[in-house]
Structure formats: C-alpha cells, structure tokens
Design a protein. Structure first.
Length: 361
C-alpha cells in the first residue's frame, strides 16, 4: 500500500475541515433542539386546559376578580382561541399553534393594560347578534336590548305600511340592526355624527344581513337653520324614534370603571354637568317634526339619576302616555312617550295623557 507523508500544511487543512464539520453539526443540532424544545414547552405548558386556565387566571388575577375572572378566561379560550366547548369545560388535552400562542400573549397584555375584553376579542354579543366592536364605538350593554324590545313592541302596534323606525346615535348599529332583523318589513334608518362609528355599523349590518339605511348627521343641529338640513336626510312618518344617546355627566366619570373611561369613545358617553338632558331635548324636538308620525312612539335609554326629569321633559314637549321603566337591575333606564294624535295607531290603544310616570304604556 502506498503511503504519502502528511505535511503540517495538510494537517492543518484537515483539522480545519473537521472543525467546520463539527461546527455545522452543532448548529444543526442546536436548531433542531430549539425546535424540539419549543414544541416540548408548548406540550408541557398547554397539555391540558386546566393548566392553561390556571396560567391565564394567574396572569389576569390582578385585573379581574370574582366571577368575572373565570368568565374572561372562558371567553379567551372559546372565542379568542377557538377551542372546543368540550375541551374547555372537560379539561381535555390541547396544543396551541404558534399563531394561537402569539394571539394569546398579545391578548393577555392588552387585558392587563385595562383594555375591555370585547375590544380584545373584536366582537360583542347583543340581542342574539355577534357584533364587531372596537374603540370607534361603545360596547353594547344588555340593558340596551330591553330598549330594543320596547321599541319592537311599539313598532308592531303601528297600523301603517311600511313601518319606519329611526335610530338616533346608532354607534355600532346594535339597536338598528336588531330591529331590522326582527321586523323584516320595517324600513330602519340609523343616524350618527361619527363617520368612524358608521363604518363599524355598516360592516355589522352587512355581516348580519340587515337592511339599514345609515345617515351621518348631528341630532343637536335640530334647531334653527340646522333643522331643515337635518330633516332633508331623515325619513318622514316614522312609527318609532329610538335612541341611546350620551347621558353620563362629567362629574360621574371618577366613579366609573377605567375600562370604560379610558377606552370607549368619550363623545358617545358624556354630557356637560350643567346640561345633562341636552340630547333628550333635541330628540323631543325632533319627534315633534314630520319625522315622527302622529301617534308614533319615542323610546330612549336614560341616566337612572334623571328618570323623572327626563320623563317630565317629554311631557312638557307635548308627549302623552309617558312612562318610566326599570331595567333588569331595577334601575330607571327607559322612557317612552307617544306623540299626540291617534292616526296610525289601532283604535283602543290610547291612554290617559296624565298617566303617572312609571306606569307601563
């Protein structure tokens, strides 16, 4: 066998190649090991729903308490991560994908910062609907669904075709869309001063398959020269005007949850301390125009601190059958009233104009 002497130069070259080989091998092993480690951590951390829920409760315990904390955790798992009901409630094994982990990490950070859960999820339930919500609109409250039910009841009393309904200050469109879905033949118009809010409302109406006409206008302009401009864009002869206008006084801000005051649109919430009924005067005035039919109803959500004052305002504007109604929590929350005149209503439905505030109509 022939042999060749190995020079020092050759030895160094071979040693360099061997070093390169093992360096490359270590890099590949490290890469594969990191991937295996990441997967192991995923499987270890989220092998069961119980551990995942415990981790979320620990991360969010400083922000939520009582029954609210487990409800938030369930919502993150079911709606945010899209996990199955059985997995969430029976603590079945689950493995989160990298996109799910990334979303969950960001969601927890947003919640820890105080952002409302509905904005983090991007949706909010309302009257059987799932509505898109973000910081451009208020989050629909369950009490407002009672306003929808009240308006629906009055609209069905209208002996006219088509039944027209005007929603003033529509925000996410929750009231208008719920009414349009329930009253298939109704012509529903929704008004808001914010184009950003109207963008959200239009999107929600399209997603829900609801026929709603959206109009950008300011109800506070319903006086003087502004009134004629406002009336040009609004329907006439409505059976109902419905509204959940801004009604929280500035002085009440400090007593409110930071998740509301710091994140939800302020213009949709607050009114001046020295004029808390400013929007109700505008609505009462609007109802006395041709927008609301004779005998038509106006229904508004109110600040519970001004229940009787709001009811009195509508009486002074000439409405009859005024009633102050409580919400599911026993607080004064809705005022309804009927425009004088019986045209457009079925006979026998009139009530004494001097009925006590608080009686049902």
């Amino acid at each position: 066998m022939n042999t060749y002497p190995i020079t020092l130069k050759h030895a160094r070259s071979i040693a360099g190649r061997v070093q390169d080989f093992f360096r490359h091998l270590r890099e590949k092993i490290a890469e594969r090991g990191a991937a295996v480690l990441r997967m192991w951590k995923v499987c270890r951390t989220f092998a069961g729903m119980k551990r995942l829920k415990e981790s979320l409760r620990a991360a969010l315990g400083g922000r939520y308490a009582g029954d609210e904390l487990p409800a938030v955790v369930r919502a993150l798992c079911l709606e945010g991560l899209g996990l199955g009901t059985a997995a969430v409630y029976l603590d079945e094994p689950v493995t989160l994908s990298e996109p799910q982990q990334a979303w969950l990490t960001q969601a927890v950070r947003r919640l820890q910062a105080g952002e409302p859960l509905q904005y983090v999820l991007g949706t909010a339930p309302f009257a059987g609907l799932e509505l898109k919500v973000d910081r451009r609109v208020l989050i629909p409250r369950p009490e407002t669904a009672e306003l929808v039910a009240e308006t629906m009841s009055k609209a069905r009393q209208a002996n006219r075709s088509p039944v027209r309904i005007l929603d003033v200050g529509t925000g996410s469109g929750c009231i208008a869309i719920a009414l349009a879905k329930a009253l298939k033949e109704a012509e529903v118009t929704a008004l808001d001063v914010s184009e950003d809010a109207l963008d959200v409302a239009r999107d929600n109406a399209e997603r829900a398959g609801a026929r709603v006409q959206f109009v950008r206008a300011d109800v506070l302009s319903a006086s003087g020269q502004g009134e004629s401009l406002l009336l040009e864009v609004l329907p006439k002869g409505c059976a109902c005007i419905v509204s959940n206008p801004p009604y929280v006084r500035e002085c009440e801000r400090m007593a409110m949850d930071e998740r509301v005051t710091a994140w939800e649109p302020q213009k949709a919430l607050f009114v001046p301390d020295d004029d808390p009924l400013v929007f109700y005067r505008a609505l009462a005035r609007l109802g006395q125009t041709e927008v609301l039919a004779d005998g038509g109803w106006i229904a508004v959500e109110i600040n519970s601190a001004f229940g009787r004052e709001t009811a009195t305002l509508f009486r002074l504007w000439g409405y009859r059958d005024v009633a102050l109604k409580e919400d599911m929590y026993g607080k004064p929350r809705i005022v309804i009233g009927r425009k004088r005149g019986l045209s457009g209503l079925r006979s026998g439905q009139g009530e004494d104009a001097d009925a006590d505030v608080g009686d049902s109509a």
